[in-house]
Design a protein around this ligand. Structure first.
Ligand SMILES: Nc1ncnc2c1ncn2[C@@H]1O[C@H](COP(=O)(O)OP(=O)(O)OP(=O)(O)O)[C@@H](O)[C@H]1O
Length: 235
């Protein structure tokens, strides 16, 4: 970890219990500004729980999470765009109506970027949200999230239900979106192959504990891909 820069995300000793179950244990890691980080691990590892805390919508009870040096919570909501794993869009609206609403809802909405993403992700404006397939709704949700010009983007399983070629196209689109290095991304995903080349850092988590944090340059210099590292740690 580079101590001379203010980290985009800095988690220190974060613990979470849900009921009697310990879900996160002593989570400590950092993501530097401009990095694209993958949060990877098996089902039930604690990825969604951790992302919701980093997003500021759920309170941190034990430990500390800082977003660009500020404690995660209400004040950092304007700095993060969060795509939750089970988010739902208002089904009674048409896509165009939803996007017009989102533009008013989010002061940081970037009209040009939204137009570019709508075309790149092939989002149809006149469809009713209730009539969208799971993959079409996932693309609309991703588009909504990426159209905001916040410095930190948190994506929880952005590709669920999305077919292979769309996934690859979205990965390319997301890369292009990310390429200027001005924004930091933390992405929880099981689609490691499509994202392999994008990650600068991977945070591997299992049973609520961080198992490893690796910079992908260092992995690649050892001849390892993200996938081979994942298999090494988890099998
Ligand atoms: N509301 C809840 N009540 C009880 N247990 C919960 C609750 N939410 C999460 N958990 C438990 O916390 C653990 C972590 O769940 P979480 O959804 O964060 O994992 P995940 O890594 O995102 O999993 P997946 O890859 O399957 O989406 C799981 O064991 C889950 O059963």
């Amino acid at each position: 970890m580079n101590d001379s820069v203010t980290m985009a995300v800095c988690c220190t000793g974060v613990q979470v219990r849900i009921g009697r179950k310990a879900v996160l244990h002593d989570i400590t890691f950092g993501i530097e500004p401009g990095q694209i980080a993958g949060l990877l691990g098996p089902n039930g590892a604690g990825k969604s729980t951790l992302l919701s805390l980093i997003s500021g919508i759920a309170p941190v009870e034990t430990g500390k999470i800082e977003i660009f040096g500020q404690e995660a919570g209400e004040k950092t909501l304007t700095q993060t765009a969060y795509l939750p794993d089970r988010g739902k869009l208002p089904s009674w609206l048409r896509v165009g109506e939803w996007l017009a609403f989102a533009q008013k809802l989010y002061p940081d909405w970037d009209v040009d970027r939204a137009r570019y993403l709508r075309e790149a992700l092939n989002v149809q404006l006149d469809a009713k949200i209730s009539s969208l397939s799971r993959g079409e709704e996932a693309r609309l949700q991703l588009m909504t999230c990426l159209s905001r010009s916040v410095p930190l983007v948190l994506l929880d399983e952005p590709f669920v239900g999305v077919d292979l070629t769309s996934r690859e196209r979205i990965a390319e689109t997301v890369v292009r979106e990310m390429a200027d290095g001005s924004r930091t991304f933390l992405i929880a995903t099981h689609d490691i192959r499509e994202m392999d080349q994008m990650f600068d850092r991977i945070v591997l988590i299992d049973k609520g504990s961080i198992v490893s944090v690796d910079d992908t340059d260092a992995l690649r210099s050892r001849g390892m891909s993200v996938e081979t590292r994942y298999r090494e740690v988890f099998t």
